[in-house]
Design a protein around this ligand. Structure first.
Ligand code: AMP
Length: 120
């Protein structure tokens, strides 16, 4: 499977469609999820063209990986999520129900987040 330049997050990165931006560095962009599943629901995406976590962890450079994950930690701090706790989630591929084929991490917070996975 090759990277789809028409996926919605690629369009956000090219500023063809808007987002509610929270944070940006050289390697990552973060914005509010359009359909929040918690009081805080942020998406963090790498600026590089990676389909999934599997693709990113295998093919991204050390600088991209460091810049991306440093951004995730910084956002959690800046959003005051550290003390009360928060959850990181990434859906990778079919079994996880990944909808957008550009790697992203969800950050959930500001409420009790319930069980780790659905029992369904
Ligand atoms: P996933 O199922 O892990 O691929 O998650 C995709 C997420 O992207 C969902 O939580 C959607 O609500 C979110 N999403 C889709 N389109 C947009 C958009 N234009 N702006 C912000 N979030 C979006």
């Amino acid at each position: 499977m090759s990277y789809d330049d028409d996926n919605i997050f690629a369009k956000i990165l090219r500023e063809e469609i808007p987002c509610k931006k929270i944070y940006e560095n050289e390697y990552a962009l973060a914005f509010h999820d359009i359909n929040p599943q918690a009081k805080i629901h942020i998406l963090v995406i790498p600026k590089g063209k990676y389909i999934s976590f599997a693709d990113f962890s295998k093919n991204a450079s050390k600088d991209e990986i460091e810049g991306f994950f440093k951004a995730v930690g910084k956002i959690a701090e800046e959003q005051n999520l550290v003390k009360e706790g928060y959850r990181l989630l990434t859906n990778n591929g079919l079994n996880a129900g990944q909808e957008v084929p550009h790697f992203h991490i969800h950050i959930f917070g500001k409420q009790k987040l319930g069980p780790m996975i659905s029992k369904n």
